[in-house]
Every structure is written in C-alpha cells, then in structure tokens.
Design a protein. Structure first.
Lengths: 224, 206
C-alpha cells in the first residue's frame, strides 16, 4: 500500500508538470483575484519577484530622483513630485515574463516615456536609450523608436498604489509589448545615446528586441 | 505512571543508522523549508535578501536530500522497517476509520497506519520535489511549459509538505516517549505495549 501511495504521488507529480501551466493560469484568474490570498497561495498573485543583486534596494521616496541626461537639451533630475506634475497616463495591460508566467490586466499609472523625453528635449536624431537601476547592476536598453511608443511607461503606481519595493519601486520602467526583463526595476537614470548598449539580461543571452510572442523563441500572445 | 511503579526493560525501536537517517533528513528538510520560504514569499524575500546565497543553499540541500535514504538502504534494520511501513493490514484500515484508534482496541504493530501513510507521503514528496526541483535548477534543458508545470507542482506540494511536517512535529511534541525512541533508539516496554501492542508481542528483541 505504501508503495502505491508513493507511485500515485509520482504519477500526480508527472501529470502536474505537464498540466501545471494551464492549472497555474486557472489559479491566477480565480484565487489570485481574491485580495490577500495572493500572498499565501502559490503564485496566485501571478508575479514572481526577481532581483539581480543580493538584495532588494530600498529608496526613501523623498530622496528619489530620476536623472535624464546624455543627448538632451535640458538635463532633468525629477523627484516624485516632479513626475506627478507631468502628464499622467493610465493603462491596464498584461505583464509577461520570459520564463513563462503572465499576469493579466495589471493597472499601471505613470508618465509616458515619450512625455519625459519631450520634457528633456531629447535629440530626435539620437538612436537609443540606456536605463540604469539604483541597485547598481541592472541596466536596460530601448531604441528611440521603441521608447516613443504610447505603451512604454515610467510607472509610479501598480494596482492603484505606489510601486512597491519588490516590484521595483518607487519608479520602474514598464515596456508593455516586451518581455518583463525589459521593464527595468528601481529606475534611477535614463541616458540618451547613439547606439544600443545591451542591458543586463541581453548580455546573458536574452533578445535585445524582446517583443512578446516574437522573440526569445517563445510564442506567447502579444500584449494587447 | 506504570513505567515508574513497575520498571520495565527498554525495547530497541530504532537503530543508530535509522536515527541518523531521520536526523539528516529532518535537518535538510528544515533548511529547505526556511530557504524555500525566503525564496517564495515576496515579503520574506525582501527581508532576507541575499537571494543567490539562499538559492544555492536551497539547491544543494535539495540535491543532498535523497542521500540519507540511499545510504540507509544498505542497513538491514532500515530495510526491515521500510517493509513494515509498506505493508497495510485490514486492521490498519479499521484504525484509520475508527474514532477509538488511540484506545488500543485495534491491534497496532511497530507502526500505526498514520505513520505508514506519513512514511509513504514523505518518500513520494522527496521524489516529486527532487524531480521538479532538478527541472527548475537545470531549466535550460526544459521547455517553458515543463518549467512552469514543475514550478507549479513544486510550489503546491511544498505547501502541503510544510503542513505535513508541522503535523508530524505536533504529534511528536505530544509524545515524549516517541521522541525518546527517535533520539536514543529505545522506548519503555510499557509504552511499546500501549502504543504498539503487536510489535512487542511478536518481536521481543531488546
């Protein structure tokens, strides 16, 4: 009998490995929507929290500044209040990780990257942007054309609340049409440059143009 | 207590090899649960930090987990107890269903039916957690669907394992003599007769 229990568990485990993706999506869309449960039920909140350093950098919101420099007419150093004074944009879009998980319909708030570049008077001839994180390690890149899209946001809020520390707060990048690693966390610097410099994950083999469903050998549904 | 008024000789319940098997698995399990929790719960992750280190400890502990069982398989006493744990009698089914399972009216051998189920669950968990863990560790060799599925199984079974370990610990905390059996290897004959009547009558080894 004991043997049967063991074999039964192994069998269930194998089924779970093959059916788990669908099951996880069901969990996310049912249990995950109940407030409070997301923190206890495995991955029901959808997000898995990553960091590329030993910790999760902490930032005093009052001390926070976003530097915009390089090929710009006016270098900027934006506090959270400055960001709040710029035109605000809201969008509800999915977050798709390159490792497979996806969180549907995340409400995002913040300032369009294009609005910030306009405020800085970015050189329209400049070809690319570099993004820096105050964790000191994480970097990212976008072409200027990608950066000007209306679904690329400097996010200050998720789910109607300030972006939390583990999600990359107080300010993170949200590049809706691309895999999550492009949405750099703990954003502190934007440099306008003339060539694309591959970011942290791109130096580790991930695609530079990380379109959801059309890169990294994946076939996920694009972000609508 | 009977044991103090009528001193009785102790009975050997677990050999040294069995005790060390239990001890190493227990230590590895606690390390795995703590590091697993630190990797899994966002709030705890932020609190603990040091993710690469925590991840390495978790991976190495997980890879070591089957080792005590493999070593134990070379010991006769372990193999004999494993055989006892595997065998379910009609009395075991009655024991599981009965409200009076603790009264001693249903014959119980060296292991009661709950212990047998726990042993089977533990072995099944180790195999499944090990397999899914290896998929997550060597993720480059597996497709996204398989990786996501393995993560799903690892998460949920991990949660069940925590509940089972908590229950196991709770039962042990309520029975000092059972704990002594696992710590020193011997139990009093009176405890054995009360909790495992068929064991002491069928096997009088001291």
């Amino acid at each position: 009998m004991g043997r049967r229990v063991v074999l039964g568990m192994v069998g269930l485990g194998v089924v779970g490995v093959f059916a788990g993706r669908a099951a996880q999506q069901t969990v996310n869309s049912t249990v995950g929507t109940i407030p409070g449960l997301g923190a206890v039920v495995p991955a029901a909140g959808g997000f898995r929290i990553y960091t590329v350093t030993n910790g999760y950098p902490e930032m005093n919101p009052n001390a926070y500044r976003l530097a915009v420099y390089g090929g710009v007419n006016n270098e900027l150093s934006l506090s959270l209040a400055d960001l709040a004074d710029l035109p605000q944009t809201q969008m509800t879009k999915d977050f798709q990780c390159v490792t497979g998980w996806r969180v549907d319909d995340v409400p995002w708030n913040g300032v369009l990257l294009s609005d910030i570049l306009a405020a800085a008077g970015a050189n329209p001839e400049a070809y690319a942007l570099r993004f820096f994180s105050f964790d000191g390690v994480y970097t990212e890149s976008l072409t200027m054309e990608q950066a000007m899209r209306p679904d690329v946001l400097i996010a200050t809020a998720m789910f109607g609340k300030p972006v939390t520390r583990e999600h990359g707060g107080p300010v993170r990048l949200y590049v809706a049409p691309m895999y999550g690693y492009k949405s750099l966390k703990w954003l502190s610097g934007i440099e306008v440059v003339n060539t694309v410099v591959p970011g942290y994950w791109e130096q580790r083999g991930y695609d530079i143009d990380a379109w959801v469903g059309a890169s990294n050998g994946r076939n996920d549904d694009p972000i609508a | 207590m009977d044991a103090t008024t009528t001193p009785s000789p102790d009975v050997l319940r677990f050999t040294r090899a069995e005790r060390w098997t239990h001890r190493t698995i227990a230590i590895l399990t606690v390390v795995l649960i703590l590091t697993g929790a630190a990797l899994f719960f966002p709030d705890l992750s932020v609190l603990v930090g040091n993710r690469p280190l925590v991840k390495n400890i978790h991976t190495v502990s997980g890879l070591l987990l089957p080792l005590p069982l493999i070593v134990a398989a070379f010991f006769v006493a372990f193999r004999r107890d494993a055989e006892l744990l595997n065998r379910f009698s009609p009395d075991d089914w009655r024991w599981l269903r009965s409200r009076e399972r603790r009264s001693g009216t249903i014959p119980v051998g060296k292991f009661n039916a709950g212990q047998k189920l726990n042993a089977a669950f533990t072995l099944g968990s180790i195999i499944v957690m090990f397999g899914t863990g290896v998929i997550m560790w060597q993720n480059g060799y597996f497709s996204d669907d398989i990786r996501t599925g393995a993560t799903f199984v690892h998460d949920w079974l991990g949660l069940v394992v925590v509940i089972m370990v908590a229950g196991h610990t709770w039962m042990a905390m309520n029975d000092a003599e059972a704990r002594r059996g696992m710590r020193t290897g011997t139990v009093t004959r009176s405890w054995a007769e009360r909790e495992h009547s068929q064991w002491v009558t069928q096997d009088s080894k001291v």
